[in-house]
Design a protein around this ligand. Structure first.
Ligand SMILES: *Cc1c(COP(=O)(O)O)cnc(C)c1O
Length: 226
């Protein structure tokens, strides 16, 4: 079933790209494998998945040695500062940098380890009380601080849109983040690119792709309900 689901999700991403005049190669599907056991990840790997998303450091630490080395692990969940050192060198991208203190901790730990770390800033576009992330109006100031961190490299932005019945309700959220990223990109800030827009989950990834997502994070749609 995982293989069929992956084929279907990839097909829908491709269709969304065609509808919006985008190159399907510009969108990376991240298989969100949180809470799922290693054999299910092996099945996804066998079906071609190479990018996996986890929301807990301990799950990346536990699963990574069990699976092929060419998997790219994405940290997509809220990251506690005392866990940063464990995830460095294991995740290719931390999507969920939601505070300056966390970015500072990543810089400190990366410097110690002699590593470079690619990050996205998580933006709470919909201003939901329950969500982590910067408010849109805080992001530029954060970027202007983090750009000077020698071991931390901002590659773009991430958002978790609200849970909605109709994905069309989230189109405005995705559009807003895309437009914001375009504005930041135009400023040509040193050590900052806006190449990655991580947005869209099982319920709304097609709309996110139509609005410019370069990474979509799909869990339930590939692995089934958690
Ligand atoms: C769980 C999770 C996802 C995937 O959610 P689904 O609705 O199962 O596709 C995507 N992004 C983040 C940050 C998550 O925690």
């Amino acid at each position: 079933m995982i293989k069929e689901h992956l084929i279907e999700v990839n097909r829908r991403i491709e269709q969304a790209c065609i509808r919006s005049g985008r190159d399907p190669k510009a969108v990376t599907l991240i298989a969100v494998s949180k809470t799922k056991p290693v054999p299910m990840l092996e099945e996804a790997y066998a079906a071609g998945a190479r990018d996996f998303g986890e929301n807990k450091v301990q799950e990346i630490v536990a699963k990574k040695p069990e699976l092929p080395e060419d998997i790219r692990w994405h940290m997509i969940g809220h990251l506690q500062r005392n866990k940063v050192s464990q995830v460095l060198g294991k995740a290719v991208l931390i999507h969920s940098v939601d505070s300056l203190r966390l970015a500072q901790q990543i810089e400190t730990d990366a410097a110690k380890a002699g590593l470079d770390v690619d990050i996205l800033l998580e933006v709470n576009v919909a201003r939901e009380e329950s969500k982590y992330g910067f408010m849109l109006e805080e992001v530029e100031d954060a970027i202007m601080t983090i750009k000077d961190f020698p071991h931390v490299h901002i590659k773009g932005l991430m958002t978790i849109a609200p849970f909605v019945e109709n994905p069309e309700e989230n189109r405005g959220i995705f559009k807003k983040l895309f437009e914001f990223a375009v504005d930041i990109d135009k400023k040509n800030i040193d050590n900052v690119t806006m190449d990655v827009l991580s947005m869209g989950m099982t319920g709304d990834y097609e709309v996110a792709v139509e609005e410019g997502a370069t990474m979509v994070r799909v869990g339930t749609g590939i692995f089934g309900v958690r």
